[in-house]
Ligand binder design. Structure first.
Ligand code: GTP
Ligand code: MG
Length: 99
């Protein structure tokens, strides 16, 4: 079974940090990780964490692909394309940022 989950939020909201935390928690299931960042720590394009989880029954694998939307304006064209290809969306909000 394949699941594609998109982490969506403003620039610097904490999307990459969420994926890094999940990578830590599910470290034994990490199949692939793509992440590139600028010297300032901003994500280039988007990042992806792919988990391959063996179910208890043992006969089905759960493949979970987690993506982030590009936070930087210059990659905004990718956002619409990403939304058309997911099973679920996690909204990431920085609760400490004032409006
Ligand atoms: N204090 C605190 N800082 C956080 C938390 N989550 C993220 N940060 C910091 O906020 C900054 C931005 O976090 P990222 O996870 O890179 O945010 P992002 O949404 O992936 O950013 P872009 O992809 O570049 O748009 C980094 O300096 C993180 O260390 C948090 O829960 N608490
Ligand atoms: Mg990021």
């Amino acid at each position: 079974m394949n699941l594609r989950i998109l982490y969506h939020g403003l620039g610097m909201a904490g999307k990459t940090t969420n994926l890094e935390k999940l990578k830590e928690i599910y470290t034994n299931y990490v199949y692939d990780r793509i992440h590139q960042c600028t010297p300032e720590g901003r994500t280039v394009y988007l990042d992806m964490l792919s988990l391959n989880i063996k179910t208890k029954a043992g006969n089905t694998d759960l493949n979970v692909s987690l993506f982030t939307t590009p936070g930087q304006e210059r990659f905004r064209l990718l956002r619409r394309w990403l939304f058309g290809n997911v099973d679920g969306v996690a909204f990431v909000v920085d609760a400490t940022r004032s409006l």
